[in-house]
Design a protein around this ligand. Structure first.
Ligand SMILES: CC(C)(COP(=O)(O)OP(=O)(O)OC[C@H]1O[C@@H](n2cnc3c(N)ncnc32)[C@H](O)[C@@H]1OP(=O)(O)O)[C@@H](O)C(=O)NCCC(=O)NCCS
Length: 185
């Protein structure tokens, strides 16, 4: 899999509704973790966890960074997964060396993921929201998922305005909504 996917080389045809001059989001690169990322990853994790949201649940505090990169390699290959887990790719959004968010590609759906979760999850550091980063993260993640042979299915709570905005900006169309407010795209 390509390690990074700058906008200019996106070949999967996912475009956003955003047009006009270049923005900071246009400089964002969604990629896998690298050997020098530990400090930036821990800062992103702290910001998200302190905001009350779980993040990178496969990260055990104190694990040596090379070992965590190995966990990631194995997750992509489907090796040593927790019960019920499917192979996944964890990605970070790099804006000039600052990690402003992340995404996950789940390589296939289970019954549970079909109902809630879908192929892709994403999050933006609370300090960096509403600047177009979520939209750019999803756009590049969709391209990477397509590159893995996935036809991405997404879910979103109807009351999650930010996530709905991101999916709509990437051209998502609601295909179903459950009685408890989960939209499928
Ligand atoms: C959802 C989330 C990723 C959005 O990230 P973001 O960087 O703020 O999103 P963007 O700046 O790209 O915004 C995309 C659109 O949604 C709108 N939007 C974003 N947050 C919003 C909010 N809280 N309320 C209303 N609209 C919002 C933006 O105005 C924008 O609309 P536009 O395209 O018409 O301009 C972010 O709020 C987040 O990390 N939430 C917690 C995790 C989560 O819910 N993940 C999704 C479920 S897997």
């Amino acid at each position: 899999m390509a390690e990074m996917f700058p906008k200019s080389s996106c070949a999967c045809g996912v475009t956003t509704s955003t047009s006009g001059p270049m923005t900071k989001a246009d400089h964002l690169i969604v990629r896998t973790l690298r050997p020098h990322d530990e400090e930036a990853f821990l800062e992103l994790r702290a910001a998200i966890v302190n905001d009350g949201t779980a993040f990178a649940k496969d990260y055990q505090p104190g694990i040596a960074w090379p070992d965590y990169l190995l966990v990631q390699d194995n997750a992509r290959a489907g090796v040593g997964l927790a019960a019920g887990a499917v192979p996944y790719t964890f990605l970070v959004a790099d804006l000039g060396g600052v990690l402003v968010g992340s995404s996950d590609i789940r390589h296939r759906l289970t019954e549970k993921l079909t109902r809630w979760g879908g192929h892709i999850g994403y999050i933006v550091d609370p300090r960096h929201r509403q600047r177009g980063y979520g939209t750019e993260i999803l756009r590049q993640t969709l391209c990477l998922a397509v590159g893995l042979g996935i036809r991405p299915a997404l879910t979103c709570r109807a009351d999650n305005a930010g996530s709905r905005g991101v999916i709509h900006a990437c051209g998502g169309v609601v295909s179903a909504q459950t009685h408890d407010g989960i939209c499928s795209y």
